[in-house]
Design a binder for this molecule. Sequence first.
Ligand SMILES: NC(=O)c1ccc[n+]([C@@H]2O[C@H](COP(=O)([O-])OP(=O)(O)OC[C@H]3O[C@@H](n4cnc5c(N)ncnc54)[C@H](O)[C@@H]3O)[C@@H](O)[C@H]2O)c1
Length: 180
Amino acid sequence: MKEIDFTGKVAVVTGAASGMGLMTSQELARLGAKVVMCDVNAEALRAAAATIGGAAVPCAGDVRDFAHAEAAAKAAEALGGCDILVTCAGGNEARCCKSNVPFYEQPVEVIDWGLDVNLKGAVYFARACMPQMVAKKGGRNLLSRFGYGFRRRRRRHDVRNGEVGALQFREGPCDRWRSA
Ligand SMILES: NC(=O)c1ccc[n+]([C@@H]2O[C@H](COP(=O)([O-])OP(=O)(O)OC[C@H]3O[C@@H](n4cnc5c(N)ncnc54)[C@H](O)[C@@H]3O)[C@@H](O)[C@H]2O)c1
């Protein structure tokens, strides 16, 4: 399978300061995209963006704040408009909030954190970025709780379960993308 060329494409990635968001940003930039990198950890985000260089536009903020989603969309618009949205911000609420009890004993604040960051954050970014993606008629919205791959033939969401080591965007069926 041949790698997809993202030259001229603009991506918005949340949770871009570490883990899957950072790997996704680096891979998209390597394949030619410009990347608006979003994360609540401004210091880590600066360091993460520096690993990419000129293709990265850091945009610090909290995905629970719709104004932040709008600021990211504006940054993407300045680059030509969002083509690709990848929402990686968040994680398991018990782990992230260091609340080591079973789900049925979790404080409601921890449950709220999980819903707000993982769900509301992704929905806010979709709301903010999708007008540009629809206008460009080729957008891809990757709700990246899981693994993912690209398929040229599919027009909308490409979301699949899987393990991710290092991301590789390739043409072809999703079950053929590989971790390395
Ligand atoms: N790492 C994996 O193998 C894996 C596998 C399956 C699913 N996931 C899911 O993918 C997502 C990302 O996982 P990861 O391993 O990259 O986690 P990570 O902790 O490395 O990265 C999450 C990033 O989100 C940022 N973040 C947290 N709260 C935020 C907020 N309110 N606003 C903006 N940014 C915020 C953090 O600062 C961090 O940089 C999680 O939902 C995780 O459950 C990860």
